[in-house]
Design a protein around this ligand. Sequence first.
Ligand SMILES: CC(C)(COP(=O)(O)OP(=O)(O)OC[C@H]1O[C@@H](n2cnc3c(N)ncnc32)[C@H](O)[C@@H]1OP(=O)(O)O)[C@@H](O)C(=O)NCCC(=O)NCCS
Length: 180
Amino acid sequence: MVEVLIAPLAGEVEARTCAKLMAESEPWLTLGRSYESALTLLRDPTREVYVAHDQRGIAGFLILCMVGAFVGYIQSVAVQPDRRGQGLGTQLIAFAERRILAEYPNVFMCVSSFNTEAHRLYQRLGYQIVGELTDYIVHGQSEILLRKTVGPLAGRTGLTPDQGGTRETSTGMAPRPESS
Ligand SMILES: CC(C)(COP(=O)(O)OP(=O)(O)OC[C@H]1O[C@@H](n2cnc3c(N)ncnc32)[C@H](O)[C@@H]1OP(=O)(O)O)[C@@H](O)C(=O)NCCC(=O)NCCS
């Protein structure tokens, strides 16, 4: 397996490289994601973006959403076309799981109904279908909502008495995910 270094997105040049990768690749070609909209997403301060580097440069990236209803959402994962099928996507998803499961017990992601190879990978990594959003981004295609969980939300957050019961805080680390 090729080893990569995964680090937070650093600067505009990296953002532009990731936006180009996204805009030139399926599923985003079919979903109509332009270079400009990809760049806007990568610059969105509400998202966490992590970039995988190998000896040749940027090998792939991840966009995570750690706020909102489906907190712990892997919004995008992409690997450079010439590096696919070498375990990098698996490493990026394992990184996302460590990041998310340290705080929350669920990892969510969507996969387009036509992206059967990626869906097969996610199934192998333990993701289960929890919903289908029909005609969600483009007509005639669904986004399949996937979830990997290590337990229910209840008991993981609570009010701490020493803070006057005003602040919610995590009561502990979620178990580490199965190695994948
Ligand atoms: C999906 C993706 C991130 C996986 O990364 P990867 O480095 O190729 O994945 P790995 O090497 O860890 O695992 C290989 C698995 O990925 C799947 N895969 C999906 N698209 C693939 C592609 N274009 N080339 C090779 N494998 C691909 C295959 O099912 C393969 O599983 P298999 O061994 O059962 O055939 C990557 O292929 C990619 O960037 N695809 C285009 C963008 C995309 O579809 N992103 C996901 C949106 S939900």
